[in-house]
Design a protein around this ligand. Structure first.
Ligand SMILES: [Zn+2]
Length: 238
């Protein structure tokens, strides 16, 4: 029982088994969980999405999950529609966007801290943007949110949607769409905050909606996959 993992996704496999896609400190590990759909299987309740487990695997490229123990099944998250949907968005983001070269120990550590905060925050929709913005940075797409990305000036700043970056008055393009301070300041906070110190900004609903539009736009610029869970979540803001 030596590998810690977090189950991103499960797929039914044959009559009684499941394929598990588990995030670990070495990346996404796929495995077969044999017989776990049987009522009497001891691993039945462990082989579920968003569970954190300790695993014992057979060797080979597609190993079998031989044994597992539960670390946390995050009941307070799973019982809440918004929190559980936020976690589904994150599961999809990791599943579809991490690659072999990424710094997995770093992301795995961040994921664990993030879920701890998700359990208790009163602002899960804002917290999601912390993950989404930091995930862009993790994937190699820096989002310049402190000063103009061209000249580093801090005068007359606005967030250029097309550039995905802050620009100063001198570097504004009249054909571009901009977000002003009431949008880029929260984005800056989400991007740079230590997640363990996160406190929601209690933004109003229209602002929250615009913030999500801005982050969604950044993700559509840089990430290949459009999240199904994110669509569900966006419908919850309306
Ligand atoms: Zn500038």
């Amino acid at each position: 029982m030596d590998t810690e993992g977090y189950i991103l996704r499960t797929i039914d496999y044959k009559d009684t088994s499941k394929l598990l896609y588990v995030y670990t400190e070495t990346g996404i590990q796929s495995m077969i969980a044999r017989g776990v759909k049987k009522m009497q299987s001891p691993l039945r309740h462990l082989a579920q999405t968003s569970n954190r487990i300790m695993m014992d695997l057979s060797s080979g490229k597609l190993p079998t999950l031989k044994d597992a123990t539960l670390i946390d099944h995050h009941p307070s998250v799973k019982q809440d529609l918004v929190r559980s949907t936020v976690l589904s968005v994150i599961n999809e983001l990791i599943y579809y966007n991490v690659s072999a070269e990424d710094d997995h120990p770093k992301l795995f550590g961040f994921l664990k801290k993030f879920i701890e905060v998700l359990k208790t925050t009163d602002h899960p929709m804002e917290l999601l943007m912390v993950f989404e913005l930091k995930f862009l940075f993790f994937a190699g797409y820096a989002v310049p949110l402190r000063h103009c990305h061209v000249c580093k000036s801090e005068e007359g700043l606005a967030f250029d949607v097309h550039e995905g970056a802050l620009v100063c008055a001198n570097h504004k393009n009249p054909n571009h769409h901009y977000y002003e301070a009431e949008i880029y300041r929260p984005l800056r906070y989400y991007y740079y905050v230590d997640v363990l110190n996160f406190e929601g900004l209690s933004v109003d609903k229209p602002t929250l909606k615009t913030l999500h539009e801005a982050v969604n736009h950044l993700h559509s610029m840089h990430m290949g996959h459009t999240s199904k869970a994110k669509k569900i979540l966006n419908s919850l803001i309306d």
